[in-house]
Design a protein around this ligand. Sequence first.
Ligand code: NAD
Length: 370
Amino acid sequence: MDLTYTGGDHLGPTRIIQVREPGIGLEGLLVIDNVAAGPAIGGLRMAADVSLAECARLARAMTLKNAAASLAHGGAKSVLVGDPKMPAANKERLIRGFATALRDCRDYIVGPDMGTDENCMAWVQDETGRAVGLPAELGGIPLDQLGATGWGLFQAIREAAADCELDLDGARVAIQGFGAVGRHAARFLAAEGARIVAVSDSQGGIADPAGLDLEHLLALKRDGRSVTEMTRGTRLSGDAIIDVECDIWIPAARPDVIDEHNVDRLRTRLLAEGANIPVTDAAEARLHERGILALPDFIANAGGVICAAMEYRHLSQSAAFDAIRDKIRSNVRTMLDSAGSAGISPRQAALRLAATRVERAMRLKRWSLY
Ligand code: NAD
């Protein structure tokens, strides 16, 4: 695993732990970025190509996301080297081994991420007693099934709509990635009268300016099929969904899909970041220049981690959804108001908001140097 890392600043990381058990092929890392607000929550990612630099970057993103959402949790991330599709028994051995090695890291609560799911969290809970994103039988709230992140994204869009003179009733929406985040966002937006004019998944996309049949799209995904199997609409290949004229464009698939080379192809008024880091810094600056409002990932897609924090406190599903709505709407309002009054981009305003909260929490610690 690549252990090159040159980052780090006054916020963190506070601890970097490498775990190796060569006998069972276990190689993993935990980066605890900051715990001033409370024990850190962050996902466990399993992939063949994880690295320390990536883990540290994701851990910082969790610090900012949790602080922005005013959760009593710091940020962390852990990574395990391996193919997530390996035989279940091998995967269980690695995850249990990793969790056991981290048993004494009491300020880290493990959540699911790429390559891990609720079963993996049940193994971690069994070994350490500290995991979120658990199966319902262990008190978990099935956040992807219910659409916690899509619900939060919808709330962020609802709060920001007036700022770009947008009425959700009749608004045209294009969604790249029709998984847990994308399809629930579509559902909540359509219930407000929005028209889903284009969607895509890993096989390609489909578009219809008159509006796609959402029930048909959802049924296809339920059956494990692609949105490209829609009988009505125009097929889109590659990243052609970027060119679709719309009012709201939602990246809900991969990182860095919008960069300085393709950003000017977007024809939208609002871009709501469902995926993590879907837009490069340069492209986001360009959107700001063009007057397109971009709602930053760590504000707009915080629904999942807010839900996880509510689960950790044994709160109900409806309390979790209320918390997501209230926290995300209030954050979007604060971010847009301060961006407007300071003449800065929404991301710059959101970063200030989150970093100020982390620094304030740090000042309240006995070990504070501030
Ligand atoms: P998912 O696996 O359920 O869905 C991903 C979707 O993207 C699938 O439909 C897949 O076919 C599609 N896709 C993959 N490559 C694509 C491409 N090149 N073009 C178009 N579509 C493509 O994942 P998810 O849980 O919906 O997460 C989506 C993104 O949101 C990820 O970046 C994830 O890290 C981020 N995120 C998820 C949550 C959550 O609660 N699930 C929370 C915060 C952020």
